[in-house]
Design a protein around this ligand. Structure first.
Ligand code: ZN
Length: 338
């Protein structure tokens, strides 16, 4: 996604960008920022572009000039230290934070700012977070800490309270269709609209989905889930047919399916523009009889799937297959259309 760095701020980031650069021009930008929001909005790209702007000695029109002595030091910039969990790990360790603290205390190469950019900041373990706390309380002159996290509530309250919280929000789904059209070749308008919906209007996620053939894969899984609803597939046969998909991903598709069905049942309307597989899925639930109990049982399964998803993602469970089978069994047992 580095290819997008030059495009920052994207149209959905424009107001946040103006706020940040405006504060900087007034010399009121807080030294610690916590950038949050769902994945697929380009938060890390935004943070990188902001760092580049802050490092520039002579910004022009709220952008890095690319010609001053600092900009000419190139990218990655020697006054920027980027940190995230090591490859294969989910955790940011205390040694990594210590190296950032040392870095911030050194003299700037360009005579300007020093910046530490910590992505997946919620990955800091408690000793790493404690080590960072002191830096947040007693910042070095001219230094900035930019934390990026899609789960800011997982950060200790002591860290959150010392940062300015910035929330990046998705644009309206319709608004990203044009943007997607200019970045994807050969897709029909209907597919772009579906991508916008399926990605929760997170444009970079939508783009990734298009490149990975996600709509086709999703349709195939939804079709299998529908077959299971119709009694044509038991949980084990269903899992066997989804063998190319990880257990974690199966739970994500189940969660997505439950969300879709709950949404449409509560709104009491039929789906439009979500594709035939979604329409089929809704059909298998749609009836006015005992709607409340139906939604409750869906919500309950949604809740359990959410917990299972967290357990699977933490990698702590020894038997993911058993978890998924149990959820699929519940899915098959949900009341059918009479
Ligand atoms: Zn510059």
């Amino acid at each position: 996604m580095q290819r997008f760095l030059e495009q920052v701020p994207f149209f959905w980031q424009e107001s946040l960008w103006q706020r940040m650069t405006g504060l900087h021009e007034q010399r009121q930008l807080p030294h610690a920022l916590l950038l949050s929001g769902p994945s697929g909005l380009g938060k890390a790209l935004f943070a990188n572009a902001l760092a580049r702007y802050l490092l520039c000695l002579n910004p022009i029109d709220s952008r890095a000039c690319s010609t001053c002595s600092s900009c000419r030091l190139g990218w990655p910039h020697p006054d920027l230290n980027k940190l995230s969990p090591d490859e294969g790990s989910r955790v940011i360790k205390i040694d990594q934070i210590r190296s950032v603290i040392d870095f911030l205390q050194q003299t700037s190469h360009a005579g300007g700012a020093k910046i530490a950019l910590i992505t997946v900041a919620h990955g800091m373990n408690s000793s790493a977070a404690n080590a960072l706390l002191k830096t947040l309380e007693e910042p070095t002159e001219g230094s900035y800490l930019i934390l990026v996290s899609e789960s800011p509530l997982q950060l200790p309250a002591t860290i959150r309270s010392r940062c300015r919280l910035l929330v990046m929000s998705p644009p309206e789904p319709e608004a990203i269709v044009d943007w997607l059209r200019s970045h994807i070749s050969g897709d029909g308008h209907e597919d772009l609209r579906r991508l916008a919906l399926v990605s929760d209007a997170c444009p970079l996620r939508a783009l990734e989905m298009a490149e990975n053939g996600e709509l086709e894969r999703r349709d195939a899984v939804l079709s299998k889930l529908r077959q299971a609803r119709d009694g044509g597939l038991g949980p084990q046969a269903l899992l066997a047919q989804l063998s190319g998909i990880t257990e974690t991903a199966v739970v994500e598709y189940l969660l997505a399916s439950l969300t879709i069905v709950i949404k449409y049942l509560l709104a009491n309307r039929s789906p439009q523009g979500d594709g035939p597989e979604v329409a089929g899925l809704i059909d298998s639930f749609a009836t006015k009889a005992d709607q409340k109990a139906r939604v409750q049982s869906l919500l309950q399964l949604h809740n359990e799937s959410l917990k299972a998803s967290r357990r699977l993602r933490s990698g702590s469970n020894p038997n993911p297959r058993l978890i998924v089978e149990a959820l699929l069994w519940r899915w098959c047992q949900l009341p059918r259309q009479p």
